[in-house]
Design a protein around this ligand. Sequence first.
Ligand SMILES: Nc1ncnc2c1ncn2[C@@H]1O[C@H](COP(=O)(O)OP(=O)(O)O)[C@@H](O)[C@H]1O
Ligand SMILES: [Mg+2]
Length: 223
Amino acid sequence: MIRISGLNKSLHGGGHQVDIINGIDLTIPDGQLVVVTGPSGSGKTTLLSLMAGLDAPTSGTILIDDQDITKLNEDELAELRGERFGFIFQSFHLIPTLTALENVVLSAELGGTSNAHKKSVDLLGVVGLAERIHHYPAQLSGGEQQRLCLARAFVNEPDIVLADEPTGNLDSKNSDRILDLMMELHQTRKATVVLVTHEPDIAGKSQRILTMADGKIVEDTLP
Ligand SMILES: Nc1ncnc2c1ncn2[C@@H]1O[C@H](COP(=O)(O)OP(=O)(O)O)[C@@H](O)[C@H]1O
Ligand SMILES: [Mg+2]
């Protein structure tokens, strides 16, 4: 369970204050798939960064189960991220000098997963990359790279997967495939998924849609 209360993030610059996150209260039960949408600049990426402890709020609490992550130090946060989180970004953040398989195995090992090699191979099969495991990221198409990122994000059996516009750089066919895979992995692997996307099709398939504007959640619907 994720419980966010009274969350604010402000930045100071040029003599004035900019409120990026503006009083967010949000509870996400375990296993829910939440789609976050809203215009550019509305605070979606900042909210995800705060949820992952990659950024610190100005005020407010973020409980992951009963642990307030805003109180953890960098080492504790790194451990928490490795063990419990999976991340998927718009630009892939793959390691260019490692093969597809090595990218996934590294993530599995960093997360302390047992059977890292077997789990990585299995998951690369699930995302349709069985024939590509020894390719380097540069030898893969954009859609393939993003499927590799899905495998990397799910290999540690994370409790929470945070995805920030994972289809932003893909054509519609590849976008659909990524979103379908995300749904499938969410179902089979029982993770909580927070997915920032502008894809209209996803709305009908998700369990909950949050709409952000000006650092606030302005709509919270269960389709
Ligand atoms: N490090 C930063 N310094 C200054 N402004 C920032 C910084 N990070 C985000 N912002 C501003 O905060 C607002 C929200 O950004 P962001 O969370 O990236 O929104 P979104 O992901 O919805 O496009 C934007 O107006 C952005 O310009
Ligand atoms: Mg963003």
